[in-house]
Design a binder for this molecule. Structure first.
Ligand SMILES: Cc1cc2nc3c(=O)[nH]c(=O)nc-3n(C[C@H](O)[C@H](O)[C@H](O)COP(=O)(O)O)c2cc1C
Length: 343
């Protein structure tokens, strides 16, 4: 199957099926931050703005990498990016491999006409990195006027698909080469299966500035690939490290700036991600579904309002103070974290 056809099928499989983890939760229900019944502020005083990639944004919410590279992807990207611009939050594109291999597809990624001012994040897979591709990355990023590049790590996804690229040997060494050769900061992200302490310790040694956890609990890429390939094996559907567990690991074992994604589903979970040390919370499938129901802007507004209400009821008036809240971990998440580290 061509990359274009594959990219298109990813969208239809993700939209037409339930592709979330069923037995793994992202873990936000185990992150407790109790409310204060006597907050000493007014809801109208709450500020959620912050800086990200040197730009002022209105809230710590990002539309995570989804698509690009087939005819029709430009509609999705422009609508999502246009809503992100309207609400002044960052927007991430899907893997740019297709436009690098076939420059005629560049137009499916270009959104600056509808999103002139927000941070835009480009994307490439670690499996696709080669000296030749790295040579072409800078111009691919310039074409979309990116403020950062996300490099995604997806061994589970690659392993279970027919056309999967499973040549990962020495790819890690190429991360720093990318960081040195391009002008914008690098974010290393998973695709929804989370990051272990071992992975995070390796990433700490790189020149990447950000880590996007993309943990388990939301979209399962193993499930998307199984459905796309009509594969009999569902063995990897529920394989992953929950988002909150990975985020706690990342805070403990790295000094990188963090982004929380994978099963982030409302403004409270965005707020809890910030309390746990993330700069931003991000999501993919909720915004893709909102694209199809014509409700992207209202979903962003809903999450912003939930974030504000959370801050009001916790007596917190800005993002800086939200970062200082110390949540308590309980239940399964605490057990998983305690099994690996002592907080
Ligand atoms: C249809 C679809 C396509 C995606 N394509 C990419 C991609 O090209 N690059 C990438 O890094 N992540 C990609 N992702 C992964 C998301 O960015 C995100 O890490 C993952 O879906 C977990 O977030 P969620 O639970 O909010 O969906 C994609 C996700 C979906 C649902």
């Amino acid at each position: 199957m061509s990359i274009e056809a594959r990219k298109h099928t990813h969208i239809s499989v993700a939209i037409e099926n339930s592709v979330s983890f069923e037995t793994i939760s992202a873990g936000f229900e185990d992150v407790l931050v109790y409310h204060d019944s006597i907050p000493d502020l007014n809801l109208s005083d709450i500020k959620t703005d912050l800086k990200f990639l040197k730009k002022d944004i209105s809230a710590p919410i990002m539309i995570d990498s989804i698509t690009g590279g087939f005819t029709g992807a430009e509609k999705i990207n422009k609508k999502l990016a246009g809503a992100a611009e309207k609400e002044n939050i960052p927007f991430s594109l899907g893997s740019q491999r297709a436009m690098i291999e076939k420059p005629a597809l560049s137009y499916t990624y270009k959104v600056r006409d509808v999103a002139p001012s927000i941070p835009i994040v480009g994307n490439i897979g670690i499996a696709n990195l080669s000296n030749e591709l790295i040579g072409k990355l800078e111009s691919a990023l310039k074409e979309i006027d990116a403020d950062a590049l996300a490099i995604h790590l997806n061994p589970i996804q690659e392993a279970i698909q027919k056309e999967g690229d499973t040549y990962f040997k020495h790819k890690f060494d190429l991360i720093d080469e990318v960081c040195e050769k391009i002008d914008v900061p690098v974010i290393i992200k998973e695709v929804g299966h989370g990051m272990s302490i071992e992975t995070l310790k390796k990433l700490e040694k790189t020149k990447a500035q950000f880590i996007n956890i993309a943990g388990a609990g939301g979209t399962s890429w193993a499930k998307i690939e199984r459905l796309r390939n009509n594969s009999l094996s569902s063995a990897f559907d529920e394989d992953g490290i929950p988002t909150v567990v990975s985020l706690v690991f990342a805070k403990k074992y790295t000094s990188k700036k963090l982004i929380a994604s994978g099963g982030v589903r409302n403004g409270i979970e965005i707020a809890k991600s910030i309390c746990l040390g993330a700069e931003l919370g991000a999501a993919a499938i909720p915004f893709l579904r909102a694209y199809y129901s014509n409700s992207v802007t209202s979903l962003i507004r809903q999450w912003k309002s939930e974030l504000k209400n959370f801050m009001f009821t916790r007596n917190i008036n800005d993002i800086k103070s939200l970062r200082k809240l110390k949540p308590k971990l309980v239940g399964n998440t605490k057990e998983l974290v305690d099994a690996h580290i002592r907080l």
